[in-house]
Design a protein around this ligand. Structure first.
Ligand code: GLN
Length: 192
């Protein structure tokens, strides 16, 4: 069984742990660098990216995470997507810069702080995981404003990409761990 870490400094890491286990992986909560050494992949959950950044520095995890991502698959959701992006705006903040995407934080505005949308995934996603629509929970979500030449868009909401992958990396601006559908986590587990 594949062993996946869930960064557990802040945010909804417990829901990711449960979702990964539903999808058939062993999921362990990661709080220090030493735990990264025997993992097949890592999930960075949603939460508050500014707080997560502070804790990553405080716990000396920035460099170990960047090092881990050079070799292993990483999946970031919402705040996790913000941490993986190359450039972050609204306001600008530091990130790990692992994926060739730019994101704008809290970009759906206040009236749309949180919503559940039904989205039709792109053919690439459906080919891998089945034809059903995807329920996407957005909570003060970022918008992906730019994707790089190697980024594949797996689902969109309106015009904006909301699930994208690039090499061994994947990000979602919504929260797949909050619905019973484990196809998004399964998609990530295929990279391990
Ligand atoms: N608004 C948060 C941020 O900017 C992300 C929200 C989330 O992860 N649900 O970091």
């Amino acid at each position: 069984m594949k062993k996946v870490g869930v960064l557990a400094l802040q945010g909804d890491f417990a829901a990711h742990q449960a979702a990964l286990e539903r999808a058939g992986a062993q999921a362990v909560l990661v709080r220090e660098a030493g735990q990264l050494s025997n993992l097949d992949g890592l999930v960075i959950p949603g939460g508050e990216s500014t707080t997560m950044l502070k804790l990553l520095h405080y716990d000396n995890l920035m460099e170990p995470l960047a090092q881990f991502a050079r070799e292993k698959p990483v999946f970031g959701t919402c705040a996790g997507a913000i941490l993986l992006a190359r450039h972050v705006s609204n306001p600008a903040q530091e990130s790990l810069g692992i994926m060739d995407i730019d994101v704008e934080r809290n970009a759906y505005g206040r009236q749309l702080e949180s919503r559940v949308a039904v989205i039709e995934p792109e053919p690439e996603f459906r080919a891998l995981t089945g034809p059903e629509a995807l329920e996407a929970v957005f909570i003060r979500a970022p918008i992906i404003r730019r994707t790089g030449p190697k980024t594949r868009v797996m689902a969109r909401y309106g015009d904006a990409p909301v699930l994208v992958e690039e090499n061994q990396y994947m990000v979602a601006t919504f929260h797949p761990e909050l619905t019973a559908d484990s196809r998004v986590h399964s998609l990530f587990l295929r990279k391990l």
